[in-house]
Design a binder for this molecule. Sequence first.
Ligand SMILES: Cc1cc2nc3c(=O)[nH]c(=O)nc-3n(C[C@H](O)[C@H](O)[C@H](O)COP(=O)(O)OP(=O)(O)OC[C@H]3O[C@@H](n4cnc5c(N)ncnc54)[C@H](O)[C@@H]3O)c2cc1C
Ligand SMILES: Cc1cc2nc3c(=O)[nH]c(=O)nc-3n(C[C@H](O)[C@H](O)[C@H](O)COP(=O)(O)O)c2cc1C
Length: 584
Amino acid sequence: MSSSFATIPKTAPFTEEDVALLNRVVGTASPIQRAWLAGFLAGFDASQAGAAQPAAPARPAEPLTIVYASESGNCETLANNLAKAARKNGLKPTLIDMADLDLAQLSAAKRLVVIAATWGEGDPPARAVRAYGELMGEGAPCLDGIEFGVLALGDTAYVEFCAIGKKIDERLAALGAKRVVERVDCDLDFAEPAARWIGDAVKALAPPEAGRGRVIEVDFGAKPAAAPNTDIVEAEITEHVNLNSSRSDKETIHLALAFEGGAPAYEPGDSLDLYAENDPAYVDELLKLAGLSGDDKLRSELITARDVTTLSLKTVETYAAQTGHQYVKTLIADGQAKEWIAGRQLIDLIATFPIALTTEHLRALTRSLAPRAYSIASSRREVGEEAHLLISAVRYESHGRVRKGVASNCVAERLKRGGRVRVKLKPNKHFALPALDRDIIMVGPGTGVAPFRAFVQERRATQGSGRSWLFFGDRQFTHDFLYQLDWQEALKDGALTRMDVAFSRDRPEKLYVQHKLWDQRRDLIEWLDGGAHFYVCGDAKAMAKDVRATLVRAYADVKALSPAAAEQAVATLEREKRYLQDTY
Ligand SMILES: Cc1cc2nc3c(=O)[nH]c(=O)nc-3n(C[C@H](O)[C@H](O)[C@H](O)COP(=O)(O)OP(=O)(O)OC[C@H]3O[C@@H](n4cnc5c(N)ncnc54)[C@H](O)[C@@H]3O)c2cc1C
Ligand SMILES: Cc1cc2nc3c(=O)[nH]c(=O)nc-3n(C[C@H](O)[C@H](O)[C@H](O)COP(=O)(O)O)c2cc1C
């Protein structure tokens, strides 16, 4: 007769004393107690590993392929959330960054989810450009029999709202895949709709028997011990300095933030999300036009929490629906709204098509005020419990009105030394420094230079032996040379090996960083052949594209390659994760 006592063998990886102790507890435990303990330990281990697992499912988990196209990490985070939810529901997820996607992986999938962001003006995230092009191209595989769903992330402020998610959704269907969950297009406040969609997607994709087995509850929300703090924290502004001269037509603020109880554990390449407030003068004008001056509660809510500047197609439609304004309805019906909103803000809508508004109307017309991201311009290894930011005040004129960017002008005009600001760490492991002995080439005109100050500080602090080469550019040498002294010092102490600058307005003909790259193409290709990593940060609209095109031309020229082969050389750098971008 077998004993109902579980005896711990002497060979167990415990001391003799511990074996005796375990025998006292486990050895005499009832079957229910033993099952509980086994489940508890399995769940505990899984959650410690950051990959919580349910109790062993009754049958092998069904595969689920999750592809994410992400630039600033939102889709990547959601893809991870989906993977966790899928594991709990009898699915075995495989996560693929679209940067690494081989289309054969799609045709091999049984169930497929794509979570995609849109960047630029309706473009795919930079890392996803190659695979996205292949998916849209003629060589894309047949996806007959594959079940799929797409979650799209975007920003209604852009005309091409969620364009990439929409196109991928259409394309997968056109390639024969079967949509089992309808696409949802998320705005910047995506947390709730995305969580709901993930729940629906898992339900639609999970095998029918899932969830019937015994499941151990594990707290999936718990952060792994090593994860940096990404909560919103308050910081004190200890330095607030305009780095442009008083004769510059730009204003770029160097902000040093000090954190009580330690700075968030940021790494070079990470950003901070900054929670700014709206300009009270703008809000007052808006309230006056809306006929709601004097409502202090609303005023305060609009200043601190609502996006009162963005004018999207959705806003115009809401305005028409809420107020019944005939001219606005006509604008939409005539298909003119898209064109009309270009360069305009909410205030223009109310000023041009005045009508008495209520508090509820204004709430419906505005979304939550989103934070703005700023690259961290310091290394903790050099500055300790501080973080530095470099913020350029966005100012321009359109349709006869002077416009001011919300966050950058909040920083430039209203925040002062000694003031406080709320920020949240936004890690970016895709824009990190390589091994210490690797050379780095950094292209960062304007505020694009911010993360490279962090890189150079880090290289100094860690005594990296790899060489570092910075390309910087701005308007005028005398007035706009951001962090000039820092670079001079770094060149002197060796943290920076080499620097090339391009000031566009010092001479009659325009000079940009890409011209400097071209001038230095021989050395550049030599560095890259030696394994250097190439980083680009700053303007996404023109600069990043011109820089890439220049590098392609440089390969063609220096190595006598055909245009196609030169393009391939840069594409290879991208695939090897040696061509890295953080552009906006
Ligand atoms: C990962 C990341 C890192 C970043 N790092 C930095 C950084 O280090 N430093 C920095 O300064 N910025 C950085 N930015 C940009 C920053 O997040 C903000 O977008 C920027 O400061 C503008 O925000 P704002 O609130 O002042 O302007 P908003 O109120 O958001 O207004 C900006 C909008 O105004 C419109 N606009 C701007 N200029 C014009 C024009 N000339 N004509 C017509 N319309 C125009 C555009 O629609 C634009 O989107 C970064 C962005 C990202 C995504
Ligand atoms: C510079 C820039 C350009 C953007 N362009 C678009 C766009 O054209 N259409 C859109 O819907 N969203 C656009 N967005 C919003 C992003 O898609 C949105 O922030 C998304 O959550 C980013 O996801 P990710 O972190 O996974 O990259 C843009 C955002 C930035 C910062």
